[in-house]
Design a protein around this ligand. Structure first.
Ligand code: FE2
Ligand code: FE2
Length: 135
C-alpha cells in the first residue's frame, strides 16, 4: 500500500519524520475511502480528508521553510515552489464539484499524494537533511 510508513522514508530528524508520518496517515485515510462501495456517499469524508491535508501540509511546509531560512538553505526557492504547487493542487481539488465526482476526486488525491511522497519527500526533502547536523 502506497501510504504504509517505511523505515526508508525517515530523514533522520524526529520532528520532520513525525510530520511526514502524519501526512502518510492522511493519505492512508483517503486510500481507505477509495475502497468503499460507490453507492456509499463519501462527500463529507472526502471534504474532511482534503481540508485536513491542506491544513497539515501548510503547517508542515511552513515548518520546513522556516528551518531552511534559518540555515540559509540554497535551494529554498525551488523547494518552496514545490510546496506551493502542492497547496494549489489541493485547493483546486476543493473547488471542484466533489459531490458529483467522488470517485474521480479520491483517485486524484491518492495518485497525487503517492507521487508526492516518492518524489518530494524522498528526493527534495532529503536534500535539506544536510542541515540537520547544524542543530
Ligand atoms: Fe516534507
Ligand atoms: Fe518539503
Amino acid at each position: 500500500m502506497a501510504f504504509e510508513w517505511k523505515e526508508r522514508y525517515k530523514l533522520g530528524n524526529e520532528e520532520v519524520d513525525k510530520q511526514h508520518r502524519k501526512l502518510f496517515e492522511i493519505g492512508a485515510r483517503a486510500y481507505e475511502l477509495t475502497r468503499l462501495d460507490n453507492a456509499y456517499d463519501r462527500y463529507d469524508d472526502i471534504m474532511e480528508v482534503l481540508r485536513e491535508l491542506l491544513d497539515y501540509a501548510q503547517y508542515h511546509f511552513r515548518y520546513e521553510e522556516s528551518f531552511m531560512e534559518k540555515h540559509n538553505f540554497e535551494h529554498l526557492t525551488h523547494h518552496a515552489s514545490e510546496h506551493n504547487y502542492f497547496v494549489a493542487k489541493v485547493k483546486s481539488l476543493l473547488t471542484r464539484d466533489i459531490d458529483d465526482e467522488q470517485e474521480q476526486t479520491l483517485l486524484e488525491i491518492t495518485d497525487f499524494l503517492s507521487e508526492w511522497v516518492s518524489t518530494h519527500i524522498m528526493f527534495e526533502d532529503r536534500k535539506y537533511t544536510v542541515l540537520f547536523q547544524k542543530f
